[in-house]
Ligand binder design. Structure first.
Ligand code: BES
Ligand code: ZN
Ligand code: ZN
Length: 466
């Protein structure tokens, strides 16, 4: 005999209480004995990200979510919540002192999933009630979350579906949605337009996957004197290493070598959607570092847009080549601020690991502001030195510089930054981010796969810059 379905509760919104370690004992006193006993039996101590779900008298659920010690609070802990909560609409109860914007953004980051290739993607079942936010706050959260999702989607998409042409298509979508101008120069036209290094890196790719240079221009309405900000992103759709081919261990993740382009575009979208008062330029050299008879060779010497000739000591140091042309283009705008994003070196990981992004900048004021913004938005960055003592490592016997630094300098992320510095605009400040753009360790809210880094810190910097 089939049993009758249980009667659904009259009230359907569940409640989640975010609690600090410091407060568990005091809060537990107010619980019903059965609930308190359950909490104790499960050893719930509000460690960051821990969740316990309790039944409530009215038929709804009451969840307790751990935030760890109050003095070490990080709103990103909320990334771990959406994937752990049971199905339903959830109302959040938090200490009134906590920033709701950061919490709602963290929820969105934790709710992200890359489902493009799944026949039956697992839908997220928990929904966060956002009625505590006003309309402007909802839009701000949505723009921030969308920027992070765009960067992650682009990086997660493999190179067969995210080649140079698809990077261009993503840029066109962003430009069109925001009323920005977009110009694209592709294939052999790059030579005529004086992007020789972009062409040299990308020319070995198959038809349809030709190299291109994408330029988005957007001026905040009614602000003709707003500062000119250029975002540059390394868009290597796939990095085989070229003729200096990578071993399979090093090639496996190289679909993410367009992470810089994804970040520049995502940040551009966020800036345009929220109308920051800047004159914005987004520059994306999009190429595939492929292998064919036409590929650039180790020992080739190529010209660059700005003039200096470059000896190709290693075809796998391709990112700095395309960025040399892109930074030279950036300089032509005489910007007040230039930021470049690139998955540029393996050495950056050795220095700081996957979660902390090294950045390079010679402008002490911008460095301080960026550090403050990074801490305020829990977006970890670490300043590295543009140590001039290592500049000679880029000397070439027959060209103006070489793309593979001499071994004695050892600091691969630093010498790559020094290479870029030769081409960076001399007007205004320049900041270079050596990204990883990937989360290698899976846990609730942080799936293995693409990670958006530096977006919040840089957005904060630019917002305060204007
Ligand atoms: N895309 C890689 C850098 C990279 C590797 C980033 C792994 C993230 C994870 C870049 O094009 C590269 O291969 N750089 C070389 C430069 C070297 C040949 C001078 C590197 O870092 O080993
Ligand atoms: Zn490479
Ligand atoms: Zn690369």
């Amino acid at each position: 005999m089939p049993r009758a379905m249980p009667v659904p509760p009259a009230k359907t919104t569940h409640t989640v209480f975010a609690v600090f370690e410091d407060d568990v004992a005091a809060l537990a006193v107010a619980l019903k004995p059965a609930q308190a006993a359950f909490l104790t039996a499960r050893g719930f101590a509000a460690r960051p990200g821990n969740l316990i779900v309790l039944p409530h008298d009215d038929g709804t659920l009451h969840a307790w979510f751990g935030l760890g010690p109050r003095k070490a609070y990080n709103p990103l802990t909320f990334r771990g919540l959406p994937g752990q909560l049971p199905k339903g609409v959830w109302t959040l109860h938090v200490d009134a002192a906590l920033d709701l914007h950061a919490i709602h953004v963290a929820w969105a980051l934790g709710a992200y999933a890359f489902t493009r290739y799944k026949e039956a993607p697992k839908a997220l079942e928990a929904v966060l009630d956002d009625s505590a936010l006003d309309k402007a706050e909802k839009l701000a959260v949505a723009a921030e979350a969308a920027a992070h999702a765009l960067a992650r989607d682009m990086v997660n998409t493999p190179a067969n579906d995210m080649g140079p042409a698809e990077i261009e298509a993503e840029a066109r979508k962003v430009a069109e949605a925001n009323g920005a101008r977009i110009t694209v120069i592709s294939g052999d036209a790059l030579l005529k337009a004086n992007y020789p290094a972009v062409h040299a890196v990308g020319r070995a790719a198959a038809p349809g996957r030709e190299p291109r240079f994408v330029e988005i221009e957007w001026d905040a309405p009614g602000a003709p004197d707003a500062p000119l900000v250029v975002l540059v992103g390394k868009g290597v759709a796939f990095d085989t290493g070229g003729l200096d081919i990578k071993p399979s261990s090093g090639m496996g993740l190289m679909k993410k070598d367009m992470g810089g382009a994804a970040h520049a575009l995502a940040l551009g979208q966020w800036i345009m959607e929220t109308g920051l008062e800047v004159r914005l330029r987004v520059l994306i050299p999009a190429v595939e570092n492929a292998i064919s008879g036409g590929a650039m060779r180790p020992s080739d010497v190529i010209p660059s847009r700005a003039g200096p000739t470059i000896e190709i000591g290693n075809t796998d140091a391709e990112g700095r080549l395309i960025l040399a042309d892109a930074l030279a283009r950036a300089a032509e705008f005489e910007p007040q601020l230039t930021l470049d994003f690139a998955t540029l070196t393996g050495a950056a990981r050795v220095a700081l690991g996957p979660e902390v992004v090294p950045f390079y900048c010679d402008d002490e004021d911008i460095v301080r502001r960026l550090e403050v913004s990074s801490i305020a938005r829990q977006d970890p960055l670490w300043r590295m030195p543009l140590w001039s003592g290592y500049r000679d490592a880029l000397d070439s016997d027959i060209a103006d510089l070489r793309n593979d630094p001499a071994g004695w300098a050892q600091a691969g992320s630093v010498t790559a930054a020094l290479f870029l510095q030769r081409f960076a605009p001399k007007t205004g400040a320049w900041v270079h981010f050596d990204l990883y753009a990937w989360n290698p360790r899976g846990r609730p809210g942080w799936p293995v796969g693409a990670e958006a880094q530096t977006l919040r810190a840089v957005y904060g910097l630019i917002r305060d810059f204007v």
